[in-house]
Design a protein around this ligand. Structure first.
Ligand code: ZN
Length: 151
């Protein structure tokens, strides 16, 4: 059974750290992947990065409505175009703002079976991935957002 973990909030130092890559996705990291997905769904989120549950490692999970995606050590290798749209964050509850992102991205990562995967995506899913990778580099969307609103 997966556990719902506590989501750390803005101001916690782990959110400002550069997260470390995973060398090998072992049982412990697979448990973290399961717990992160459970935590994301329990909070009605569409994405979650490991630093948000207090682990400074390069793991993200997301679901844009088309199914769970798990990415370990994700790196954006290509980006194209531009989109501006609203974002929020489980670590910054109650705040929303428009953020400029690339419209199309190509991401390389490992999956939970330690296989290299390459993913081309655009629109909302590309936005989520960029938001979550920012977490791995200690960046919160509120540092990039125009017209931050509370509500
Ligand atoms: Zn976030």
């Amino acid at each position: 059974m997966a556990n719902v973990l506590e989501v750390v909030k803005a101001g916690h130092p782990v959110l400002k750290q550069i997260a470390q890559p995973i060398e090998f996705v072992n049982k412990n990291w697979k448990t973290l992947l399961d717990d992160m997905a459970a935590t994301m769904y329990a909070n009605d989120g569409c994405g979650l990065a490991a630093p948000q549950v207090g682990k400074s490692v390069r793991i993200i999970v997301l679901d844009d409505g088309t199914g769970l995606l798990e990415l370990i050590n994700p790196v954006i290798v290509e980006m194209d175009g531009e989109q501006v749209g609203p974002e929020g964050c489980l670590s910054v509850p109650g705040f929303f703002g428009d953020v400029k992102r690339a419209d199309k991205i190509t991401v390389e990562a490992l999956n939970r079976n330690n296989k290299k995967v390459k993913l081309k995506t655009e629109g909302f899913k590309a936005r989520i991935i960029q938001h979550e990778i920012d977490h791995l580099d200690g960046i919160l969307f509120i540092e990039k957002a125009d017209s931050l609103k509370q509500g």
